[in-house]
Design a protein. Structure first.
Length: 503
């Protein structure tokens, strides 16, 4: 017989209870559902993740208002976060372009996920949320691997003289795979998408040249909407030369996410190796976690994001040295040899051959962005230029090219945007996260808890990998990646509570 009590009881066990009657109880359930939805959505959609967080925040606020008491956990990250936030606000106030910088302050709200989890989640809920996160991410991995086997988009063989793409950068041999942010694989599918666009609208055409992005734009006209082939192209089949991106189109973001999940899985491998004699489920656990690790690393390699791949390989070695033990270095060396060897083959097959030796246009531009940023930092070392201010002074401040972006380096971008003191607080925050996670690992190892030991080792690896790839990627400015990191750190804080580590 159906019973509401039996249905919601698992939700009640996951979150901290506040004794304020039915309102508080149901608010907690809403909060818990929001957290579960967040774990399911963050590997795929930042918009869905924000909606899920909003649901959890609503439950948290209603519960505390009904209890007439604010509940907010204290953590060892409070001080670096507080000073970082203050310096960020000051950098926006004194920004070169405050109209651009002030709206960016809302990005500080992303850190709220840390306190949402630390305040409201019980230790028994950590494994549940981590499980939902892994399962959801594997759905994206399955899609990416299937898409790679099936192929993507349509290979252009000819461009008509009257095509809206004629005279553009598109050439025969290039691939069109997305029109107005919808995936297409035939001219007929592209025509259907265009017919649903209003006349006069500029739409994006996502194309690929030798596996790398080639963004184009066209203007929709009434005449185009009546044509059977409005793009005016001939095509022949799909391509397998592309960089996988899950359900999104952001392969760089997806690479950072896959690094996080691969390193979490690697943490499980090392935990199984350290607790080999103590765990009753070691054999099947090691088989499953090895398969998961292989799936994540293969998907990461198929993103062909060189910096993230190198960062992951470096992290495998470093974390095995931190963890120590007899088996850890053997597992790490094996993983590095296989991972590195396959990457040497996969990266040039998904991109241009020059990508393997880092002398392509992408590498050159990235170095130039970082050099321009470093030259600007001494001009305003205390509060920086203000977030996004370079967008209105790109050429004036010596940044190269016509495409306006950022410096592609987290430390450089933070120092440029917010000043050197803010960079110091950011480094303080990373060190505090690492120290907190290392303490949790030691306690989990003593207790012999296989899953929590794996979470702690994996989280240490994630911090090392995130920090390493941040040197040449602005991953701190990527909401999907930052939310994922903060979510994991929130789980670490709650797991530490089980061992009496509250700060």
């Amino acid at each position: 017989m159906f019973s509401w009590a039996s249905t919601v009881r698992p939700l009640d066990a996951m979150v901290e209870q506040v004794d304020n009657g039915k309102v508080g109880q149901w608010s907690n359930r809403v909060l818990c559902c929001g957290l579960i939805l967040f774990a399911l959505s963050i590997p795929h959609s930042v918009a869905a993740a924000h909606i899920s967080l909003g649901l959890s925040y609503l439950g948290w606020i209603i519960r505390d208002l009904s209890a007439r008491r604010l509940h907010c956990a204290r953590t060892s990250l409070d001080l670096p976060l507080l000073f970082f936030a203050i310096l960020t606000i000051l950098s926006s106030v004194f920004s070169e372009e405050p109209d651009l910088s002030m709206p960016k302050l809302k990005s500080l709200l992303l850190f709220g996920v840390l306190y949402l989890i630390a305040t409201n989640l019980r230790p028994q809920g950590v494994k549940v949320l981590a499980g939902f996160l892994i399962i959801s991410s594997l759905v994206g991995v399955s899609f990416s691997l299937t898409e790679k086997l099936w192929g993507r988009g349509m290979i252009v063989t000819a461009i008509d003289a009257g095509s809206p793409l004629a005279g553009n950068q598109l050439l025969p041999g290039d691939v069109i795979w997305m029109v107005a942010r919808r995936r297409v694989s035939t001219p007929e599918e592209a025509a259907t998408v265009i017919r649903h666009q209003p006349a006069g609208k500029m739409i994006e055409i996502e194309a690929l040249h030798a596996g790398d992005p080639l963004p184009l734009t066209i203007k929709v006209t009434d005449e185009m909407k009546t044509q059977a082939n409005p793009l005016g192209i001939s095509v022949n089949g799909r391509t397998r030369q592309f960089r996988v991106s899950g359900f999104s189109r952001q392969f760089q973001t997806y690479a950072e996410q896959m690094q996080v999940f691969a390193l979490l899985a690697f943490g499980g491998l090392l935990a199984g190796a350290r607790l080999w004699k103590q765990s009753s489920m070691r054999s099947w656990f090691m088989i499953v976690i090895t398969i998961v690790f292989v799936a994540y690393t293969l998907t990461l390699m198929l993103t062909a994001s060189r910096a993230v791949i190198v960062s992951s390989i470096f992290t495998l070695v470093i974390v095995s040295l931190v963890i120590r033990g007899v088996r850890a270095p053997i597992i790490a060396i094996t993983a590095v040899l296989v991972f590195g060897g396959l990457s040497l083959y996969i990266v040039p097959s998904a991109r241009q051959q020059a990508a393997l030796i880092f002398n392509d246009d992408s590498s050159t531009r990235r170095i130039a962005y970082m050099q321009a940023g470093l030259l600007m930092i001494p001009r305003r070392p205390i509060f920086g230029i203000g977030m996004d201010s370079q967008k209105l002074h790109w050429k004036e401040w010596g940044f190269p090219g016509e495409y306006i972006t950022h410096t592609h380096s987290t430390p450089i971008q933070i120092a440029l945007d917010r000043g050197l003191p803010a960079l110091g607080c950011y480094l303080w925050l990373i060190v505090a996260m690492f120290t907190m996670t290392l303490r949790g690992y030691r306690q989990a190892l003593i207790k012999g808890d296989l899953k929590l030991t794996g979470l702690m080792i994996g989280s240490l690896a994630v911090l090392i990998g995130f920090s390493t790839s941040s040197l040449v990627n602005y991953n701190f400015g990527d909401a999907e990646v930052l939310l994922l990191l903060l979510f994991i750190m929130g789980l670490v804080i709650v797991a530490n509570r089980e061992y009496g580590i509250t700060k």
